[in-house]
Design a protein around this ligand. Structure first.
Ligand SMILES: [Zn+2]
Length: 297
């Protein structure tokens, strides 16, 4: 007899961390959930565990018809949307084909699940088509979207999903940890830190222009913005030079974008700007800020 559905320890820890037991007990997942921070195969493994526990009468026995079909990847009520291998992208046609099937009643179970992995591989047209369904999902269908990084998905899609951020940085502790010297920054700006980091991540991936980022953050107190930037750059440099592996607060996609020398240069630019502000030298802050941001490209 096959073993019951089990998870490796790192994934089963997530079941209790996110209280997935609650959904399993109710035999229902959120209508759209987004799993962020797992590799595609891990995310699918976790999704199958959840679905197996919902479909199976014996909580994922591993041997009933549902369990068997699920783990053979042939369950008619579980649809997996992945990029076509050659194209590495999920196109609108694939989403349209999927949409046609999800309004039909489930074949074997009481509900059906759509897994999209990696969800960030949907192109804009595909994401827009999916968005319409997420806005009014069929009652018997739940969506599980998966992505390694949250910001790679359009905000419109993200906002429609209940998010489970596996590798989420505890932002409330982040600044406290980042700023060992207790630099003074207003609580309002600290609350915005995740957005600021997200903007920087987009900037280095050329998904947002320096002008847009400068315009968004240029209204804050220049000295405070520079303090945040200086602390982030110093942290990136330290990570690049010595603590690469062990740092739970690292943001690899940002920190790896510049070489150590480039991070040094950014620190110098910030110091120059800070000096000017301290000496009351008139500067156009937005323009100076844009120049600083260009250093990330
Ligand atoms: Zn079973």
């Amino acid at each position: 007899m096959p073993p019951p559905i089990n998870l490796p320890p790192e994934l089963s820890a997530l079941v209790s961390r996110f209280n997935f037991e609650h959904y399993i007990a109710r035999k229902q997942l959120p209508s759209a959930m987004l799993l962020v921070g797992l590799s595609s195969s891990q995310a699918i493994q976790l999704a199958k565990f959840l679905i197996g526990n919902i479909f199976c009468e014996a909580n994922g026995c591993g041997s009933c018809a549902h369990c068997h079909l699920l783990f053979e990847d042939i369950h008619p009520d579980v649809k997996l949307l992945t990029p076509v291998k050659a194209e590495k992208v999920i196109k609108i046609d694939a989403v349209r084909d999927l949409i046609q099937t999800i309004y039909q009643t489930p074949k074997k179970a009481k509900q059906q699940f759509v897994l999209i992995s990696p969800a960030n591989k949907m192109n804009t047209a595909a994401a827009n088509a999916l968005l319409k369904v997420l806005e009014e999902p069929p009652i018997h269908t739940s969506f599980i979207l998966m992505a390694e990084q949250e910001y790679t998905l359009p905000i419109t899609i993200r906002s429609r999903c209940q998010r489970f951020l596996v590798n989420a940085i505890a932002w409330e502790n982040y600044w406290q940890w980042l700023s060992m010297s207790q630099e003074i920054v207003s609580p309002e700006l600290i609350v915005e830190l995740p957005l600021l980091v997200e903007d920087l991540c987009l900037l280095v991936k050329k998904g947002k222009s320096p002008c847009k980022v400068a315009a968004r953050w240029g209204d804050y107190n220049p000295q405070e913005i520079l303090t945040v930037f200086y602390t982030l750059c110093a942290q990136a440099l330290r990570w690049r030079l010595c603590e690469r592996q062990s740092d739970a607060y690292a943001i690899p996609e940002l920190f790896n974008a510049l070489s150590p020398l480039q991070w040094f240069n950014q620190l110098d630019r910030i110091k120059e700007l800070t000096k000017k502000i301290h000496h009351n030298i008139q500067i156009n802050f937005i323009l100076s800020f844009e120049t600083l941001l260009l250093g990330f490209l």
